[in-house]
Ligand binder design. Structure first.
Ligand code: ADP
Ligand code: MG
Length: 708
């Protein structure tokens, strides 16, 4: 009798379970559960440990406790200051207690008379009796046992947590005789001390102790992480095996002269990353590397050196930016860096010719565009800088040897494929640069098919940015005084307007309003400019030019200034309603100042909120300017949901594993994935694992598997 494979579980519909008729089947389908695999991998949200249960009669006022009680009555009313208040009376054999819920009107519907519930909270004495306010409530129904699993319930789906527990119990009971396939190599589970998969699935749903549940969680979380890592590592190894690249000459004259002419000495981090890049450039297989580094950490310099290495060997290089503005800025910057450089040219009498750098965006039109396209095709252009226009159909390269992509987030697998199609099978070395640092474990998971380099050191001599929190109108007054002072000293300032939901229209309206208010009141007499997404490119350009030229003192803007604006004389950044922005965005915005010789300041303005206890994001920004530290805080505060949404989708989503909690497990899973793939590249001897990957990942991921 062979054990049951995941695929077999996926083929058994939930309607085969007792008590699942047409109605329940539809309800389950509504929450994404149609078969036994989906049922068994829908894990409890919480576990109520009844061994810690107290009786109402034994509750000690002021101490937290868990009690299991029955609902006796429920009433709802509205308080004088218009808050809803739901009062519930509960009891167990030993006594009674009142519950009070503020601002949770739905409790009236949830807590019906006669319902068995578990409560966790702190009881206090109120008017002579016991009362808990806003306790954690779990509906446990008729479940017995020491540990009761609590599943997420959706009001709409009409499935109770105890029904879920019942179905899971039945499914596991039916699997018991045959067992469930354990696809993990025994060496790995032995080394990491992981429990078997059947035990893990049993103990995550119906544990005898919290310890058992933890062991089960560790095993199942590892499985999730391993599957993700296997897909990424397979993809990486497949690319390395199947793609032929260019072995670049990294010791060339051109690169040496570039470094020699660079007016600064490189930072330690730059030296380290150059070595990593050069290693890959010199190898015959193509590089796919992610370069993370804060704004100003010196990524562009390395990118230019890399492009020169390609040019040295007679190839071309391309730098692709996410927006036209950024592409134009890069083009200007790179032209300055490479001014006067010449490249070897055997066809020329003198043996060389000037290096040629061109810009290609959708704004380059007519004969200019024709010329660039011709130059790329005949090889007379060495370096091209542009937007997605660089990978459009009409663009052909003579010999593209290196590609730099600025900002990974807008450049996906498809674009990479489009690029590859332009190079006749020879894959250019690719460096992806991002100024939005993400924590190591997240990088391993989201960009696990790339190698990762980190520039974690800023060049010396930067005047650090100090960040301050201005909470409430009184402190805001001080902010505007500071802006006036800086302007009086010859500096300039940015004011970023509140982010309003998803609506650009509202955002623009708010920017206009802020502009009017500041111009007539707080910043009256200063020269103000307004920048937002609804202006035409020409209008934006004019405003930016005046600001750059110092003809404007203050630029009032929406987040359109988030990327790419570089005005060294601007030393103050004011962000209004800063608590509406995410950490990464605040960090990016702040990076717009601190680019010159003068000390810079960032003001985070919030409207005082008495009920909020501090503001962790704003406080994090005040505490550090280190992007990596902020990225860790961000992950802690937000969880990985948002991160993962850009990566693998579907059944392979991380349900138990957490990139924060399970940092160590992520590394171990990656290690195991390399071990397995390098030992058995086609997963021939790991057919159960291969089958699970095929089952649980989308088709585009599967492509890499079938190639293996
Ligand atoms: P990034 O692309 O990471 O934002 P850049 O490469 O544009 O950073 O560098 C930002 C600024 O710092 C540029 O003016 C650059 O010339 C300068 N810079 C780069 N590396 C160094 C260094 N090692 N020492 C001093 N200045 C540097
Ligand atoms: Mg740069």
């Amino acid at each position: 009798m062979t054990a049951i494979a995941f695929r077999e579980l996926a083929d058994i519909g939930v309607e085969r379970l007792r008590g699942v008729g047409e109605k329940k089947q539809a309800s389950l389908a509504a929450v994404g559960i149609t078969n036994l695999l989906e049922l068994l991998t829908t894990y409890p949200r919480r576990w109520v440990d009844r061994t810690n249960e107290a009786r109402l009669a034994d509750l000690v006022p002021g101490e937290e406790a868990l009690v299991l009680v029955t609902v006796r009555s429920v009433t709802k009313r509205t308080t004088r200051n218009r808050r809803t208040m739901v009062n519930v009376n509960v009891g167990d054999g030993s006594g009674r207690m009142d519950l009070v819920f503020f601002n949770q009107p739905w409790r009236e519907r949830q807590l019906r008379e006669g319902l068995h519930i578990a409560l966790f909270g702190k009881a206090d004495i109120y008017r002579g009796g016991l009362q808990m306010s806003n306790p954690v409530v779990d509906l446990i129904g008729d479940r017995t046992g020491r540990i009761v699993p609590i599943y997420s319930q959706s009001e709409k789906a009409r499935i109770n947590t105890w029904e879920m527990a019942g179905w899971v119990e039945e499914a596991l009971r039916r699997c018991r005789d045959r067992g469930i396939v354990d696809s993990l190599p025994a060496t790995v589970s032995a080394r990491l001390g992981l429990v078997s998969r059947f035990d893990a699935l049993t103990n995550i749903h119906l544990p005898d102790s919290i310890g058992d549940k933890e062991m089960a969680r560790r095993r199942l979380a590892f499985d999730e992480l391993l599957r993700v890592q296997l897909v990424l590592v397979l993809r990486k190894r497949t690319m390395e095996r199947e793609q032929s690249g260019i072995a670049h000459d990294v010791g060339g004259d051109l690169v040496d002269r570039f470094y020699a002419a660079f007016p600064h000495s490189l930072t330690g981090a730059q030296e380290r990353v150059i070595a990593e890049i050069n290693n890959d450039l010199a190898a015959a297989h193509p590089m796919h590397r992610l370069l993370q580094g804060d704004v100003g950490s010196g990524k562009t310099v390395l990118a230019v050196a890399m492009m020169l290495a390609a040019v040295q060997g007679g190839h071309q290089a391309a730098l692709m930016a996410p927006t036209e503005v950024l592409a134009e800025q890069h083009a200007t910057g790179v032209k300055v860096l490479l001014d006067g450089v010449s490249v070897p040219d055997p066809n020329n009498l003198f043996g060389d010719r000037p290096l040629r750098v061109e810009l290609l965006t959708n704004r380059v039109t007519g004969s200019d565009r024709k010329e660039v396209i011709a130059g790329l095709a005949d090889g007379s252009i060495d370096i091209v800088i542009g937007t997605h226009a660089l990978i459009q159909d009409a663009v052909d390269y003579s010999s593209l040897g290196a590609v730099v992509v600025d900002e990974q987030h807008r450049f996906g697998v498809e674009q990479r494929a489009a690029l590859r199609a332009k190079t006749d099978g020879v894959v250019p070395d690719m460096l992806v640069m991002t100024a939005t640092p993400i924590p190591r474990t997240a990088a391993m998971t989201v960009y696990g098919d790339l190698d990762v380099s980190v520039l974690d050191e800023l060049p010396p001599g930067r005047t650090p940015i100090t960040t301050h929190w201005a909470d409430g109108p009184l402190m805001e007054t001080g902010v505007w005084a500071d802006v006036r002072e800086e302007v009086a000293a010859g500096r300039q300032a940015y004011v970023v307007c509140p982010l309003i939901g998803e609506s650009e229209k509202l955002e623009v309206a708010s920017a206009e309003e802020t502009f009017e208010r500041l111009a007539h009141d707080e910043l009256k007499g200063l020269r103000l400019g307004l920048l937002h997404g609804r202006l035409s490119p020409a209008e934006k350009e004019t405003t930016m030019d005046s600001f750059r030229a110092g003809e404007l003192d203050v630029l009032v803007a929406t987040t359109v200034i988030e990327v790419g604006v570089d005005v060294p004389n601007a030393t103050v950044m004011v962000i209004l309603d800063a608590d509406r922005f995410g950490i990464a965005q605040l960090h990016q915005l702040r990076g717009r100042v601190g680019r010159g010789e003068h000390a810079s300041k960032c003001w985070l303005v919030t409207q005082q909120d008495e009920e909020a206890e501090g503001n962790p994001r704003v406080e994090a920004l005040v505490a550090t300017t280190d992007g990596f530290e902020l990225a860790e805080v961000d992950l802690d505060l937000r969880g990985e949901g948002t991160l993962m949404s850009t990566a693998q989708k579907g059944r392979s989503d991380l349900r138990l594993a957490s990139l924060r909690r399970d940092r160590k497990l992520v590394g171990l899973a990656r290690e195991a994935a390399f071990e397995i793939v390098d030992d058995d590249p086609g997963l021939v001897r790991h057919s159960d694992l291969a089958d699970e990957l095929a089952l649980m990942f989308s088709e585009s991921d599967e492509e890499f598997l079938s190639k293996g």
